[in-house]
Design a protein around this ligand. Structure first.
Ligand SMILES: C[S@@+](CC[C@H](N)C(=O)[O-])C[C@H]1O[C@@H](n2cnc3c(N)ncnc32)[C@H](O)[C@@H]1O
Ligand code: SF4
Length: 377
């Protein structure tokens, strides 16, 4: 049976970071400050609907991932109650991976101990950067040292698997700022690091600042340099890449939940705006937390729309996702033109094909989007 992941989207943040376009709301953006206390009951209600809708296909979850937003803005008891609901209605496989994302400033030793006791196995902390002037452009509210402290707090609470998210390429970031960030992150000894290039998302405060000329747009060459530096520093520290932006110290430290997305397994997304993919069908929930809560209170599904991908779209999606993995892409997925493009990319040093799979080299990882375009055109 295809492994099943459950994603729980917690759509609340204390403040909105200027670069972020995730479906998340501050208290000021929601009527009456947002009903955070009502979130867990609504999520539990959707979990009940989901288990009933799956019927005979309901099965223990291989992975559970609480993302956001900022899940750790909710009391740990609420996260524990939602996890307990999943355990009761779906079950958890032996050795299931249970992750929560966390912002450095909203994590403390008590919450971590409570989450560990409830069965969480992994924490993913948004560090983003170590240079104060870069954190300020990103509108981050934590001090540069707080993320590393949060990693030690998580280790002390018994979490073996702790990840840090980093962002490179922010306007004004110098090479030594990024080197300091990589050193600071590695000194905290996480067993997983995600390093993302800054995306200027339309509609964000960051995009408006770039449009007004207050900030320069991210520079493509500097981005490639930073990515190569991250790749070198992380692998020298024993964190090998397993997806273009993701590095782990051991195979067990890889994020199995995200691997489920990239391998097109099944997942059910709980919460406002959450996306699901089960048995070839995809759907998504209403985005606003009030609309989500109203639908569930009325006994209705929160799904807002859905689609079944045709074989061509599925093949395109699989190429796009699987070529980014270190395990590589099955060459059988490529059309004859895609196969010729792969052979050319191998001659250019962007891919290796020797194992019967297309695997990105460092050069290919630095130009992964262009490689995908060539393979799918
Ligand atoms: C869903 S966010 C939530 C994490 C958590 N709320 C936090 O900010 O610490 C997951 C990660 O996506 C990354 N991210 C969000 N927006 C991004 C953007 N515009 N460009 C690059 N990375 C981004 C950040 O590294 C962030 O930690
Ligand atoms: S980056 Fe994280 S804390 Fe900032 S607005 Fe997005 S989800 Fe919230």
């Amino acid at each position: 049976m295809t492994p099943l992941g459950l994603y729980v989207h917690v759509p609340f943040c204390a403040a909105r970071c200027g670069y972020c376009d995730f479906n998340t709301y501050t208290a000021a953006e929601l009527p009456d400050g947002g009903d955070r206390a009502g979130f867990a009951p609504a999520a539990l209600c959707e979990i009940g609907h989901a288990a009933a809708a799956l019927g005979a296909a309901v099965r223990p979850a291989t992975t559970v991932f609480f993302g956001g937003g900022t899940p750790t803005l909710l009391p740990p008891e609420d996260l524990a109650a939602i996890l307990e609901g999943i355990r009761q209605r779906f079950g958890l496989e032996d050795g299931a991976e249970v992750t929560t994302e966390a912002n450095p400033e909203s994590l403390n030793a008590r919450a971590l101990a409570r989450l560990r006791a409830a069965g969480f196995t992994r924490v993913s902390i948004g560090m983003q950067h170590a240079a104060p002037h870069v954190l300020s452009v990103l509108d981050r509210v934590h001090t540069p040292g707080r993320a590393a402290e949060a990693v030690s707090d998580a280790h002390a609470a018994g979490f073996e698997h702790v990840s840090l998210d980093l962002i490179y390429g922010t306007p004004g970031e110098r090479a030594d700022d990024w080197a300091l960030t990589l050193d600071t992150a590695l000194a905290a000894a996480p067993d997983h690091v995600s390093a993302y290039g800054l995306e200027v998302e339309p509609g964000t405060a960051l995009a408006a600042r770039v449009r007004r000329g207050e900030l320069p747009p991210p520079d493509g060459d500097a981005m490639a340099d930073r990515q190569a530096e991250a790749d070198a520093a992380l692998s020298a520290a024993g964190l090998e890449w397993y997806e273009v932006a993701n590095h782990a110290a051991t195979p067990e430290a890889r994020c199995r939940h995200n691997l489920g997305y990239w391998r097109s397994h099944d997942w059910w997304g709980i919460g406002p705006g959450a996306h699901s993919h089960v048995a070839g069908r995809r759907w998504w929930n209403v985005k606003h937390p009030s609309a989500y809560a109203r639908r569930l209170a009325a006994g209705r599904s929160p799904a807002a729309g859905g689609e079944v991908l045709d074989p061509a779209a599925r093949r395109f999606e699989r190429i796009m996702l699987e070529v980014r993995l270190a395990e590589g892409l099955d060459l059988a997925l490529l059309s004859p033109a895609g196969r010729r493009a792969a052979e050319r990319l191998e001659r250019d040093g962007a891919l290796t094909l020797s194992t019967g799979r297309a695997v990105l080299t460092l050069r290919g990882r630095l130009t992964a989007d262009a490689v995908v375009r060539d393979l799918t055109d």
